[in-house]
Design a protein around this ligand. Structure first.
Ligand code: NAI
Ligand SMILES: O=C(O)C(=O)[C@@H](O)CO
Length: 296
């Protein structure tokens, strides 16, 4: 790609918005696309370019799931048809590995490269251009995506020469991440039954061996009673569903991931799907008759 590239970012949510801002900061011309007009307008105000209909060098796709990704790539006005020959799709949503394999083949049929590029680090690191990216794809896809990766990632793991291994590694991460969030909520509310306040839990356990990245990232949301979604409850039935589907296909039992999924499913059924995933604590609080900050 040229020094200043024309890049589309499709999906300006918790992760995509920060990715788009990081690309702007690196000097690229960035068109932000989303079904929400409000976030598109916000991105324009932050320096996003107007879509003039011209072709893109790269499209970074950061929508929620596989169905949305497929629609964005190949549906009506699909972004693949807007890429120049040899342009690249950087596919960042968490999707099943086999889906990534299929998208790579369909892109190749239209002379477009595909990088399987799931992300980790949360919305703050997305905005700072400090994500970890678990990437796999052809060397040409890595080369075409380099300006995007340089602007958005602290660490790019090159996990294979075809799509699939990137998403497989992301599934491994999601097994841990989902279990860690649910376990943090379980321990925090268990502590409340023993007179340990959420504030004291966060202060003490974050400095002890039971801590985790997710505990330190998500427990403050419970302490503050602020469930504005940085990563929604709805992500977890999807991601742990992917984990368990992959596990089942491999003949592998994952009982702890299964238990965590049940807690996120319960949160979703309580109407908490669009809240921050720390709201899984409300499932435990309800069962135990506890009141969390911000709850009536
Ligand atoms: N939030 C997080 O901390 C992390 C999320 N992820 C993954 O990244 C992906 C994005 O996650 P979030 O940003 O949290 O989701 P989000 O729900 O905040 O953002 C998704 C955005 O895509 C937009 N969208 C949906 N369909 C569209 C379409 N057809 N065309 C244009 N825009 C469309 C939505 O309006 C929304 O703004 C997911 O696959 C998630 O699992 C990965 C790592 C961290
Ligand atoms: O950052 C990650 O890795 C994650 O998948 C979570 O923050 C889930 O949304």
């Amino acid at each position: 790609m040229k020094p200043s590239n024309k890049i589309a970012v499709v999906g300006l949510g918790s992760m995509g918005y920060g990715i788009a801002v990081s690309l702007l900061r690196a000097g690229h011309t960035v068109v932000g696309l989303d079904v929400s007009e409000t976030v598109v307008e916000n991105f324009h105000a932050a320096g996003g370019a107007t879509d003039d209909g011209a072709v893109f060098d790269a499209a970074v796709v950061v929508v929620l799931n596989a169905a949305q990704t497929e629609d964005v790539l190949f549906g009506a006005d699909g972004i693949v048809s807007r890429l120049q020959p040899g342009g690249v799709v950087v596919s960042c949503a968490t999707v099943p590995p086999q889906f990534a394999v299929e998208m790579e083949a369909r892109c190749a049929a239209q002379n477009v490269l595909y990088l399987d590029a799931p992300i980790s680090g949360g919305s703050v690191k997305a905005g700072l251009g400090q994500l970890s990216i678990m990437a796999s794809g052809r060397s040409e896809a890595f080369a075409a995506a380099k300006p995007v990766l340089d602007a958005t990632a602290q660490t790019v793991f090159e996990l294979g020469a075809k799509a699939g291994p990137g998403s497989a590694m992301k599934a491994v991460n999601q097994l841990l991440a989902g279990v860690h969030i649910a376990t943090m909520a379980e321990a925090l509310t268990f502590g409340m039954t023993q007179g340990v306040t959420p504030e004291k839990f966060l202060e003490v356990i974050s400095k002890c061996a039971g801590t985790s990245w997710m505990l330190e990232n998500r427990a403050p949301h419970i302490v503050e009673g602020n469930y504005t979604p940085h990563s929604s409850v709805n992500i977890w039935p999807k991601d742990l569903g992917i984990v368990l589907d992959v596990a089942q296909a491999a003949g592998f039992e994952a009982p702890i991931a299964t238990a965590a999924l049940a807690q996120f499913d319960a949160a979703k059924h309580m109407g908490l799907g669009t809240e921050d995933d720390a709201a899984v604590a409300k499932v435990y609080a309800k069962q135990a008759g506890l009141t969390l900050k911000g709850e009536a």
